[in-house]
Design a protein around this ligand. Structure first.
Ligand code: FES
Ligand code: FES
Length: 158
């Protein structure tokens, strides 16, 4: 069975036909061509499929696409504005926080949400907490935390 859902994705209203058992991550990648969202474990463990869902970080492998009817979803592609990287994306580039890049979209989504709550007195604990639910096999996390620290130090929120 399929059904048509209507949702907002990266600010644009989209109507999408989805199967009843289709996952949100697969809909984003395969029907909307938003392949920035990565899929690894498919069981909610790694964080590579994170998206912002009505403003909260959600594992898109744990959500049925049909559940997203009327929702607002932001993927990593939606973090840039007018072709410019967000401050956090730029900080990832500048600090060398990306190696293979597979975890990067999820890291950016999780840290972007966390930075909305950031304050100038954040220390290493808060920097690490911002990405505590996301796994990276390459970087050892230090450069990713450097990127988050850089954004906080410059007064950025994303
Ligand atoms: Fe969704 Fe790993 S693919 S949490
Ligand atoms: Fe490769 Fe994180 S950069 S998994």
């Amino acid at each position: 069975m399929t059904q048509t859902i209507r949702l907002r994705v990266n600010g644009a209203v989209r109507e999408v036909g989805v199967a009843d058992d289709e996952l949100l991550c697969d809909m984003l990648r395969q029907r909307l061509d938003l392949t920035g969202t990565k899929v690894a474990c498919r069981e909610g463990v790694c964080g590579s499929c994170d998206v912002l869902y009505d403003g909260a970080v959600v594992r898109s492998c744990l959500v049925l696409a049909c559940q997203a009817d009327a929702a607002s979803v932001v993927t990593v592609e939606g973090l840039a504005e007018d072709g410019c990287l967000s401050p956090l994306q730029q900080a990832f580039v500048e600090t060398g926080a990306v190696q293979c890049g597979f975890c990067t979209p999820g890291m950016l989504i999780a840290a972007t949400a966390a930075l909305c709550e950031a304050s100038a007195d954040w220390d290493d604990h808060e920097f690490a907490e911002a990405i505590a639910g996301n796994l990276c096999r390459c970087t050892g996390y230090a450069k990713i935390i450097d990127a988050i620290r850089q954004v906080v130090a410059t007064g950025g929120t994303r």
